[in-house]
Ligand binder design. Structure first.
Ligand SMILES: O=C(CO)[C@@H](O)[C@H](O)COP(=O)(O)O
Length: 217
């Protein structure tokens, strides 16, 4: 069954405690937390102090996606805030191998996020060091966008690379995941689905998570 990671970006911040409790009590596996700096992406979200507050109530791992420039400056702060998986964008990481080692040295799983235009072939020489590829299926910055269909080819290419090289990297798909396209995404080779609007804008978020979890069964 796929790993399901509801994206808190789409939660109702006026009742964040209730939304965290909903995820705690649902079949979701992780919390997906989007950190945006208004520089790498054209939006600003929340940072480590909010994440540290959420950690006090959340009972599932924190999958933190950094959409920020110079992410390496903040690894320690996100570890202290409670990140369990920390993903940096390939596009802002001139020394990706060093960044992955630094994340792991702080006790977190190391992730790499890739924009829709970034070829997954660029990951070949570090794939054994990557716990999670957060593959963007929309341009990062906002929830509620439409899934980019070309992502299917990228998932297949990455799955082939992981298999050929004997790596254990998880493939996570982030952006535009719906109840209609989730099965096809899993069939292409994804392990994990991030879902923002599909979960939080639905009439019954707990049931939507349950239905995403059943995808591909
Ligand atoms: O990283 C991002 C957006 O940049 C995502 O995590 C979105 O928050 C996913 O939201 P939906 O596309 O599922 O509504």
């Amino acid at each position: 069954m796929p790993i399901i990671a509801p994206s808190i970006l789409s939660a109702d911040f006026l009742k964040l405690g209730a939304d965290i409790e909903m995820v705690n009590n649902s079949e979701a596996d992780w919390f997906h937390l989007d950190v945006m700096d208004g520089r790498f992406v054209p939006n600003i979200s929340y940072g480590m102090s909010i994440i540290a507050q959420m950690k006090k109530q959340a009972r599932k791992p924190f999958d933190v996606h950094l959409m920020i420039l110079e992410p390496e400056k903040y690894f320690e702060a996100f570890a202290a805030a409670g990140a369990d998986i920390l993903s940096v964008h390939l596009e802002v990481s001139p020394h990706l191998h060093r960044s992955l080692q630094a994340i792991k040295a702080l006790g977190m799983k190391a992730g790499v996020a890739v924009d829709p235009h970034t070829p997954v072939s660029l990951l070949a020489d570090v794939i054994h060091d990557v716990d999670l590829v957060c593959m963007m299926s929309v341009n990062p910055g906002f929830g509620g966008q439409k899934f980019i269909e070309h992502t299917h080819q990228k998932i297949k290419a990455l799955r082939q690379m992981i298999t050929e090289r004997g790596a254990s990297t998880l493939i996570e798909i982030d952006g535009g995941v719906t109840l209609d396209n989730a099965a096809a995404i899993i069939a292409s080779g994804a392990d994990a689905l991030v879902a923002g609007n599909t979960v939080f804008a639905s009439p019954d978020p707990t049931d939507t998570i349950k239905r995403l979890k059943q995808v591909g069964k």
